[in-house]
Design a protein around this ligand. Structure first.
Ligand code: PEP
Length: 254
């Protein structure tokens, strides 16, 4: 029943793929396939594709997101992009704390928190990623770990801003590996995250937050994962680069 309180959101994470010309082609392929979607549809694309993506999705039901942002508005941060630069372009969403940023680019829970606060202040909707390594799952600390990641990432975030937060539970061992979490595993951790939100804010607040699963979700396994009571959508990597597969996942939210 609580699931009806939340909007399902399917977001593609294109990672470091597609030139602007290729982005236009892919988006034009996706548009007719998802036009009747009952969920929110987002494509998170590389910085260089944002302008093209915003133009290509104008007057459609697809929103555009970036894959990261800095916490400062401007200044001597070579190579970085600020939240206000994104909103000025018409970008609505930003992924923060993806495991690839944490693993390869030194992202910490503290810098994730700074980015989340800065993005919210600028009016962006945040897709906050949390999730455990396989070793941590085997050590039995998944619940504590995602609770800690969630708590730190949301420090200083007001209850009223929760409506702009989506949490993506992404077990690191499932990302890009073809080794999807079972529907039960995905639901169990999404429920833990919701419980954490309930403790931090309130139960009703927690029941309103969209929690996605991400990690090798595809056209075949999406329906089972998305049918779970605490899984409200998906963050999709590889399968978001193929229009029919992405559209099939969007359709699976029904
Ligand atoms: C991701 O990058 O967020 C992701 C879930 O990737 P994939 O779907 O390819 O596992």
């Amino acid at each position: 029943m609580n699931k009806e309180l939340r909007k399902a959101v399917i977001a593609g994470n294109w990672k470091m793929n597609k030139t602007p010309d290729e982005a236009k082609v892919l988006i034009e392929e996706i548009i007719p396939l998802v036009k009747d979607a009952s969920c929110d549809v987002v494509v998170c694309v590389p910085y260089v594709d944002l302008c093209t993506a915003v133009a290509a999705t104008k007057d459609t039901n697809i929103a555009v997101g970036a894959e990261n942002c800095h916490w400062e508005t401007s200044g001597a941060f070579t190579g970085e992009i600020s939240p206000s630069m994104l909103t000025a372009m018409g970008v609505e969403y930003v992924i923060i704390g993806h495991s690839e940023r944490r693993t390869y680019f030194g992202e910490t829970d503290v810098t994730v928190n700074k980015r989340v606060c800065a993005a919210l202040k600028e009016g962006l909707k945040v897709i906050l990623c949390v999730g455990e390594y396989l070793e941590q799952r085997e050590q039995g600390v998944t619940a504590e770990l995602v609770a800690m990641q969630t708590k730190i990432a949301l420090q200083g975030v007001a209850k009223e801003d929760l409506k702009h937060i989506i949490i993506a539970y992404e077990p690191v061992w499932a990302i890009g590996t073809g080794c999807t979490a079972t529907a039960e595993q995905a639901n169990e951790v999404c429920a833990c995250i919701r419980k954490t939100l309930g403790n931090l804010y309130c139960e009703a607040c927690a029941n309103g937050v969209t929690i996605q699963y991400g990690g090798s979700m595809n056209a075949k396994n999406a329906a089972e994962l998305l049918a779970q009571p605490d899984v409200d959508g998906g963050l999709i990597g590889g399968a978001s680069l193929k229009a029919p597969d992405f559209a099939a996942i969007v359709a699976a939210t029904q």
